[in-house]
Structure formats: structure tokens, C-alpha cells
Design a protein around this ligand. Structure first.
Ligand code: ISC
Ligand code: MG
Length: 464
């Protein structure tokens, strides 16, 4: 039934406009009655896989769902990838006609997407659709903030404005049909394999040795990969729904391409910018959880007082502070971290907030912050070289900035950890850990094992 939604015809008809980048953007935003975000995501499913996205911040603060692709922004290359996306976006906005009386962050024309972790790393075929930057300007977008629902329709202006207005009104009518989300069957997991574990343990030992002897390198985050095989292609809708139900305290994200989807449930914000208010967070240092609440609290206390984890964490706070200083006034950094708990793991957490100096965009901040030592290391340059040398894999979008920015320059980016690439009958999950001189390879293996669990559970895998 859903396969024949009227949107499908429209989607096919509008595909031909996708590459017409020199046209004027027209964007209309309207407040609507309640729409289930999943139903919106599902009903507007393109014929095969398409270019949808889904974003939800913790505690249902904000949900943004984009369907249909008006234009994608992509590039491959190195350090200017942040500013290249920003320039292209600003070009489109400079001539855009925007009808949005609300000016609520996350409504109106908005770009959703992300960057690869490391443009200089070796490239694997499976990440090819994502490149080093991939952003979508959707045709249709639902934004949910509390009890308020906003629909945005974006299109490139045609010569006949009256036709266009009709088209927009009809589209709103089509989109606001409120349907219940349909059930998607669970995928059947045939096998799973943690890749190159003995080699990874050797690499960890080697890196720890460097950290013990080097005067310069203080921290390196090494990650590893798990491969899952299913008996049929995995539905990104299924995984999304599971993550949404199971990981309430995390950011849920999904970026779909015609050749694979990247999804996850990350507890780690890179930066949020609302007007000139900037919030970044340091999340690093980890310990497991216990079903027994007393034991769980004890574990939390151990973490709050553990020197190895405090050092691992402190290096991240320090870097974020230094990176934000040139761009922000009134930086506030608490002296000590607090705990942030998700279902399987607890972390040390320190918020870093400030007021952006004028002319500072969210892309500047993302470019300055990425990679923080929660994903890369200290110092950045050397640790990235060690990661390239020791991991010998393409992280793709894992551990990279993913998020949104709207036409007013507000936005939020997280680091895409607790994540995986869904590709046909396979999925590739990633998990990393911050190594410092005091790290024990076996403990780090265990920690990464816990970090696979949110994705594993969402994909029907047993997570011991
Ligand atoms: C790199 C990951 O986690 C980072 C974020 C929080 C805690 C971390 C840690 O304690 O090692 C990592 O720095 C991951 O989940 O893949
Ligand atoms: Mg750690």
C-alpha cells in the first residue's frame, strides 16, 4: 500500500531537477497538525532506497525528517571541505525566496549531512557514496519541536509562479495525511564477525608503547570494525525505529543514499549553535553499567575518580577550550566532569559553552573542533598519522561530524559514534577507544565491545 503513495510519482517527476543548481530556491514553511515522524519517513519512501534523513536530539527535544532530494552538496578532498560546503550553501541562500514566518531553528531551508572522518585515510569502496562531505537540501521536511509540527517544502522556482503555488498547496495536502507507521520485519542475522581482533590488540599495545615513551603524543583513539551478514537486505527503517526506542538519551541519526545508509545513536554533541550561543561537549572516559542500582552508582563513582579516565577526558576539554577561544567570548568550562549515562555505558561529560564572535559560522566551529581527542588524539596531526598507520581501514563517516544547519545559521552537529553503515545484506559497525599511556589493551577491547551494543541490539543481534 505504501509503495504506491502519490509521493512516488512526484518523486520520480522531480528527479530531473536534481542537478539544476543555478536556479532560485523557493521555500515555504507552514505549521501543521501532529504527524508521526516515522510515518512521514516511511510514506515518502522513494521507489528503491533514496536520499532521506532522520535526526532526533535526546529526550525528543527536536526531530527533523527530510524526504526527497532537491539538491545534494558533496565533495572529496581535504581541509577546505567545510568551507566549500558553506560557500555553496550560502550561494543558494543568497538568492532564495523564503516564506517562513516562524524563524524557529530547524525549520525552513536546511542542510543535513556530514563529513568523512579523515580525507587522507585509505578509501574503501563501501564508503564511496558518502565521499568526504555529503549534505542534502530536502524537498520536503518535517520538524517537530515539543508539540509543534512544521512542514517545509523547498523547490527551485519555475517561471510560472501561479503553477508553483498550486504545486506547493497540493504537496502540503499530500504530506500531512496522518498515517500510522507500518511494521517493518526484523532482519535475520546470519553471522557476525569482529574483524582483525588479534591484530587490533597488537596495534593497541604498540600505540600504548608510543604513548609511554613519547614526549609529544599523549592520546590516540583506535577503532575497530564488526561485520554483520543478514539473510535479506536490512531495512534502514527498522534500524531507525529500534534505535529510537532503545536509545532515548542519544542523538538518533540516519543519512540514506541509494547505495547504503549510515545510522547511529550517538551521545556526543560536537557543537550546537543557536543565534550566537555555542555549546560543545567533551565526552570521553568510560565504564560499564550494572543492573543493580547500587553497583551502578559505585561504577559511576569509580569513573569519576579514575586517573586514567580523567586524563583521557581532560585532554578533550583542553582541546575544545583552545579551539573555541578564537571564535567565542565568555567561555565557560566547569572544573570537573559529571556522568552521562546511556543504557550500556557511562561516560565523563563536560559542557563547554560560550558566545560566538560575530562572523563565526557553525561550519567554522565544526572545522576547528574536528577531530576532537575523543575521536582523534593529542596532538591532532601526529595522532591522525598513527590512526592511518595502525587502523588500516576507512572510518568513512564513523566518528565524524554529522548534523544540520538552517538558513538562519543555527544548527547542531554530533560526532557519529555508536554507528554503522547498512549496505544491502551487510552492516559494518564501528567502535573506538581513547588510548593513553595507562591503557590496558584487554580493557580497551572490552570497552569497544560495549560500544558496539547499541547498533548491535538495534539490528537484532544479541548483545552480551
Ligand atoms: C570513539 C568512541 O567513543 C569516544 C566517546 C566517548 C568515550 C570514549 C572513550 O572513553 O574512549 C571515546 O573517546 C566510540 O564510541 O566509538
Ligand atoms: Mg575510553
Amino acid at each position: 500500500m505504501l509503495m504506491n503513495s502519490p509521493f512516488q510519482t512526484k518523486y520520480i517527476n522531480t528527479l530531473k531537477h536534481k542537478t539544476e543548481s543555478n536556479k532560485v530556491l523557493a521555500s515555504y514553511t507552514k505549521k501543521v497538525d501532529k504527524i508521526d515522524p516515522f510515518a512521514f519517513y516511511q510514506i515518502n519512501r522513494p521507489p528503491d532506497e533514496g536520499e532521506r534523513f532522520f535526526w532526533k536530539s535526546p529526550d525528543d527535544d527536536m526531530t527533523i525528517v527530510g524526504v526527497g532530494l532537491l539538491r545534494s552538496f558533496s565533495n572529496s578532498g581535504a581541509d577546505d571541505r567545510f568551507s566549500r560546503i558553506e560557500t555553496e550553501w550560502n550561494d543558494i541562500l543568497s538568492s532564495a525566496v523564503i516564506d517562513n514566518p516562524f524563524h524557529v531553528p530547524g525549520t525552513g531551508p536546511l542542510l543535513f549531512g556530514g563529513f568523512s572522518f579523515d580525507p587522507y585515510s585509505l578509501k574503501e569502496e563501501k564508503w564511496q557514496p558518502f565521499g568526504d562531505a555529503l549534505f542534502y537540501l530536502p524537498e520536503y521536511m518535517l520538524t517537530v519541536i515539543g508539540d509543534d509540527y512544521y512542514l517545509t517544502v523547498n523547490l527551485f522556482e519555475s517561471d510560472e509562479l501561479s503553477n508553483q503555488t498550486n504545486k506547493v498547496e497540493k504537496t502540503f495536502d499530500l504530506l500531512i495525511k496522518n498515517e500510522e507507521p507500518s511494521q517493518v520485519p526484523a532482519p535475520h542475522l546470519e553471522s557476525r564477525e569482529e574483524l582483525y581482533v588479534p591484530e587490533w590488540l597488537d596495534s593497541v599495545a604498540e600505540v600504548v608503547n608510543v604513548l609511554r615513551t613519547s614526549e609529544i603524543v599523549k592520546k590516540v583513539v583506535l577503532s575497530r570494525e564488526m561485520m554483520l551478514n543478514f539473510s535479506e537486505p536490512v531495512s534502514s527503517e527498522y534500524v531507525l525505529k529500534q534505535l529510537h526506542t532503545q536509545q532515548k538519551d542519544s542523538f538518533i541519526f540516519l543519512l540514506e543514499t541509494p547505495d547504503g545508509s549510515f545510522a547511529g545513536a550517538s551521545p556526543e554533541r560536537l557543537v550546537k549553535k543557536m543565534n550566537d550561543q555555542v555549546l560543545s561537549t567533551s565526552l570521553a572516559g568510560s565504564i560499564g553499567r550494572s543492573e543493580d542500582s547500587k553497583e551502578d552508582r559505585e561504577l559511576g563513582n569509580i569513573l569519576l575518580n579514575d586517573e586514567k579516565n580523567l586524563y583521557e577526558h581532560h585532554l578533550v576539554v583542553d582541546m575544545i577550550k583552545k579551539a573555541l577561544e578564537p571564535y567565542c567570548r565568555e567561555l565557560q568550562v566547569p572544573d570537573d566532569p559529571v556522568l552521562l549515562r546511556t543504557p550500556y555505558i557511562q561516560h565523563l561529560y563536560t559542557p563547554v559553552s560560550g558566545v560566538a564572535k560575530s562572523g563565526t559560522s557553525i561550519f567554522h566551529i565544526v572545522g576547528e573542533l574536528h577531530p576532537t581527542p575523543a575521536l582523534g588524539g593529542v596532538p591532532t596531526g601526529q595522532s591522525m598519522k598513527i590512526i592511518r598507520d595502525k587502523e588500516k581501514m576507512d572510518r568513512g563517516f564513523y566518528a565524524s561530524p554529522i548534523g544540520w544547519t538552517d538558513f538562519d545559521g543555527n544548527g547542531e552537529f554530533i560526532v557519529a559514534i555508536r554507528s554503522g553503515l547498512l549496505k544491502g545484506k551487510q552492516a559494518f559497525l564501528y567502535a573506538g577507544c581513547g588510548l593513553v599511556a595507562d591503557s590496558d589493551p584487554k580493557e580497551e577491547l572490552k570497552e569497544t565491545g560495549i560500544k558496539f551494543r547499541p547498533m548491535l541490539q538495534a539490528m537484532g543481534g544479541k548483545s552480551e
